[in-house]
Ligand binder design. Sequence first.
Ligand SMILES: [Cu+2]
Ligand SMILES: [Zn+2]
Length: 173
Amino acid sequence: MNRSSFCGRPGSDILSVLYGTPQAAANVTGSVNYPKLSGAVRLYQTHAGVIVLTEVHGMPQSDHPCQKRIFGFHIHEGTNCGGDMDDPFADTMGHYNPNGCEHPYHAGDLPPLFGNNGIALSLFLTNQFFVNEVIGKTIVIHDHPDDFITQPSGNSGTKIACGVIRRITGSCL
Ligand SMILES: [Cu+2]
Ligand SMILES: [Zn+2]
């Protein structure tokens, strides 16, 4: 990459997919306790893996400088965001784990989201799944950080938001 690559539009062939339409996306909405939480997760298939672009607003906030809000973020194997009083998104079940791995090596284990005055924005690459295989599954945001140790789900606490991954058929969301 030469110096001019840093100016203007991203030059790599991986990032250029962001100018197109994602193959799939999930509209993420908060549970009854988090009615202002909403956002979108976009999935772009590339030759190097899947780019996951996430923007969420209305996240719970902390005013304490040493208690930045960090939220566990996973693809779960369940196919709907239903649940009950104890767990509003219980139907999402466990982390997507087609290879029978331990946490945090589940295919659905994603980098956590960092809150910034209620806004989280993240972009990352994962080669742990193809877009086609996660369509119909669920994306879940938790109210605590994933510790990347505790089994089976990183002790990331309550599920506060959920969305079903859907294939994008038109030219835009
Ligand atoms: Cu989760
Ligand atoms: Zn996991």
